[in-house]
Design a protein around this ligand. Sequence first.
Ligand SMILES: CC/C=C\C/C=C\CCC/C=C/CC(=O)SCCNC(=O)CCNC(=O)[C@H](O)C(C)(C)COP(=O)(O)OP(=O)(O)OC[C@H]1O[C@@H](n2cnc3c(N)ncnc32)[C@H](O)[C@@H]1OP(=O)(O)O
Length: 292
Amino acid sequence: MAVVYRSWKALTQNAILTRSVSNSLRLYSQKPPAPVVPLVNVEVDDKSGVAVVTLNRPPVNSLNTPLLTELGAAIKNLEDNKSRGMILTSSSDTVFSAGLDILEMYNTPKDQLSAFWTTLQSTWLSLYRSSFPTVAAINGHSPAGGCLLALSCEYRVMVGPKFSIGLNETQLGIVAPPWFVICMRDVIGHRQTELALTTGRLFSAPEALKIGLIDSMVSNKAEAMAEAQKFITQFAKIPPLARKLTKESVRGEGIRYMEDNMIDDLQIFMDLVTQPKIQKGLEMYLATLKKK
Ligand SMILES: CC/C=C\C/C=C\CCC/C=C/CC(=O)SCCNC(=O)CCNC(=O)[C@H](O)C(C)(C)COP(=O)(O)OP(=O)(O)OC[C@H]1O[C@@H](n2cnc3c(N)ncnc32)[C@H](O)[C@@H]1OP(=O)(O)O
């Protein structure tokens, strides 16, 4: 028995030695690890105290769980540091955000699907009810979840005329949840929301301006940033607590909807999105995006 033990021990020690030599060799031959690039960049201007939060998930800033988690953490950080305001924009020249990452909803294990949706719910709520002023500087296309992010800010400046924005969910065979609808309705009104959502219409920037989906159209990102700063500056003289409570009051319906229905909303999402028919629709939509 002792012999067996000794030889087993020798064997394992030998294996450990071999493994550590080969690991070191592998380390020498490996490239240095790629730097971890944040999916969300935050830069706070020293003078104005305004934070520029830039979505940075090429190519199209589709919203997956890690990006939404980082965005939620960035907003919490600004909240904790009593931020003067936030401008949400994109590192891409052509896309603000392509909306929810369809790969997070297609053929996804249930626990991941659930984590994805709850992250979206909580990040959305923290943006929608943030105490500081928020502006979306929409410097590219902004369909579906991208439009939701923009609608959740207090002011929207969009680079035009060639980019589009809207809640196009029905075109994909999916349904914009009630809190998406509330956001849209509060910005463009009941009638326009019904027309826009049932048809899944994407609006060009000039069309969006006409129905009030965006507040202003500019011709490049620099102009968008300048206008966003200007919007935030007007709050310098407004007492922050009065501003925050007023915003919460105006946005009460959306806030209460989410607070009271988080679990039901998750359940409805899970039931709907896992239906074979919806999965097939998402598969076909992904294929058309890839074929382009
Ligand atoms: C209570 C609950 C009730 C109901 C719940 C039920 C259902 C759930 C509702 C869920 C709501 C969802 C909202 C969404 O946000 S769904 C996403 C909708 N998004 C879109 O329709 C946009 C699709 N993308 C585009 O139109 C174009 O990509 C875009 C105009 C943004 C940019 O065009 P461009 O030419 O610049 O890029 P592309 O070549 O098209 O794309 C580059 C690569 O990126 C991939 N891609 C694009 N968009 C997405 C996406 N949203 N998700 C995942 N991947 C995406 C695209 O396939 C290309 O990939 P490769 O070919 O390079 O591999």
